[in-house]
Design a protein around this ligand. Structure first.
Ligand code: SF4
Ligand code: SF4
Length: 488
């Protein structure tokens, strides 16, 4: 066990010779000081190539193309995707959402959670190994580190050696590159909330607002810290998904497995040697699968919660198998059942459609369908009605009863609209103020609306009424409930 001077420590008795009776045991008790926490061992993942590494890099490019590219897309006169918190408007291509559309955000969160359940039940932690931002940025940071400092062995040698000009120059260059990428990431993140083109001009003019500086630095430095330093510790100790994903696993979930029956007993041998004659399995005990592992575990020890399913060990083991002239797949994606029962890939795939997957799939499909239909049928404007409590019900000119309301009309289209107001619920009830209201594109407007009824329209008290707001150009209308107060 590695120790550090500051780590909590404890003195424990060690029984050196067990099974010799109480007297002998007492005599052989020794004391040893042990540290309760193991110091963190830095992991130097070796770079790897292969089919799964290619998939991971494809997803790195795809996810980053989306993340860095989307804020620069334009949609008409505005940014295509913009979450304008200040104006309380969310723009997602042709959708203009108001805070009242919060239900869609809830729907997206529900769909994301169900997708994660379904995906995990089918394919284990493939999300972690291929598309999770922590994996993606760690992969990019590791690549930059390799360009500047070399691969695993060179980095380990340099870290163990003394500081000199070369080490200082390489470390400085690496951190500058990391910081540049991290700050660009922070800038892109803020670009989802502030128009990115004006944000870029503010950066060039050194004129950023306080919040923009804060969030750019916060997100950027979080990226720098997580991908540059914390790396696998985020997956092992901080990510909640790592903790609860095992509840979604079963024996038919795809995981990275070591074929113990084929690999053991492990041991080195020459390429020409016959493993059967040496009574050895296919594992040559080269430890490359451990060296490439970003979380530093040994897949030959079985399924471990630290495994993010990245397939790096499978890639490197395949290269070893190729060199040895053995069949690939000693370490591979499979399921516990498939390994135990020696299933073919076809049998394995047949187990994908098991009840748990069908239930997750059915619920997910229903929610996606409901949200799609709801978005399609969504009225392109919204109305809020508030009775003006500052103005009591009163008698207006001509002896009519009058109540005053405040209406907020939110135009969620990209064109200016004229809305027509009407009201019903009592005999002779009518809007006495302006009936046509113009609202500019993607804007909302508050207006005061006076509603009048004949003096004898109803008994004293509160009466339910309905406002109808029509948008002729949109062929849409909205009705909102309110009450009309008749004074005593
Ligand atoms: S890479 Fe393959 S052969 Fe080498 S130690 Fe790991 S499992 Fe064994
Ligand atoms: S054990 Fe293999 S699949 Fe799991 S994290 Fe390590 S390298 Fe990736």
């Amino acid at each position: 066990m590695t120790s550090t001077p500051d780590a909590p420590r404890k003195t424990i008795p060690i029984l050196a010779v067990p099974g010799k009776g109480p007297a002998a045991s007492a005599a052989s008790m020794a004391e040893e000081e042990v540290w309760l926490y193991e110091a963190h061992q830095k992991i130097y993942p070796r770079s790897v190539s292969g089919q799964f590494a290619r998939w991971r890099w494809a997803l790195v490019f795809l996810t980053q193309l989306v993340f860095y590219g989307v804020p620069w897309l334009q949609w008409g006169q505005r940014q295509a995707v913009l979450f304008d918190l200040e104006a309380r408007r969310f723009y997602i291509f042709n959708l203009v959402l108001y805070p009242q559309d919060f239900i869609y955000l809830t729907g997206i969160l529900v769909i994301s959670a169900l997708s994660l359940f379904l995906f995990t039940a089918v394919a284990g932690r493939l999300w972690c190994g291929y598309a999770c931002p922590q994996t993606v940025y760690t992969e990019i940071f590791l690549w930059l580190e390799k360009q500047v400092e070399g691969d695993r062995s060179a980095r380990m040698r340099r870290d163990a050696g003394p500081w000199n000009a070369d080490k200082l120059a390489r470390k400085t260059a690496k951190h500058l590159l990391w910081l540049a990428l991290a700050l660009w990431t922070g800038f892109s993140f803020v670009g989802y909330f502030t128009p990115i083109q004006s944000l870029g001009q503010e950066v060039l003019q050194w004129n950023l607002g306080g919040w923009e500086v804060f969030w750019t630095l916060f997100y950027g430095l979080a990226t720098y810290g997580n991908a540059g330093f914390l790396r696998e510790q985020v997956c092992k100790h901080m990510c909640p998904y790592a903790r609860f994903q095992s509840a979604m696993f079963d024996r038919d979930t795809l995981i990275v497995t070591y074929d113990e029956a084929r690999g053991e007993p492990r041991g080195p041998r020459s390429r020409k040697a016959d493993p059967a004659a040496l009574q050895l399995g296919a594992c040559v005990n080269c430890s490359l699968c451990v060296q490439v592992c970003p979380t530093g575990i040994d897949i030959r020890d079985g399924l471990q919660y630290e495994c993010i399913g990245c397939g790096a060990c499978a890639d490197v083991c395949d290269t070893v198998m190729d060199k040895m002239g053995y069949a690939r797949g000693l370490v591979k994606y499979s399921t516990q059942n498939a390994v135990q029962h020696h299933w073919t890939p076809r049998q394995l795939l047949r187990r994908v459609l098991r009840p748990r997957v069908l239930v997750y799939g059915a619920i997910l499909g229903t929610v996606v369908l409901a949200m799609g239909v709801s978005l399609l049928l969504r009225t392109p404007f919204k109305v809020d009605v508030v009775r003006d409590r500052g103005t009591l019900a009163r008698i207006a000119a001509g002896g009519r009863l009058e109540n005053v309301y405040r209406l907020q009309i939110m135009n969620a289209t990209e064109a200016g609209q004229t809305f027509h107001l009407s009201v019903d619920g009592l005999p002779g009830l009518a809007v006495a103020s302006e009936e046509a209201v113009a609202v500019e594109a993607t804007q909302s407007r508050w207006i005061a609306v006076r509603v009048q009824a004949p003096f004898d329209a109803a008994a004293a008290g509160s009466h339910p009424i309905h406002f109808h707001i029509d948008a002729p150009d949109l062929h849409a209308s909205v009705s909102e409930k309110s009450v009309f107060i008749v004074p005593r």
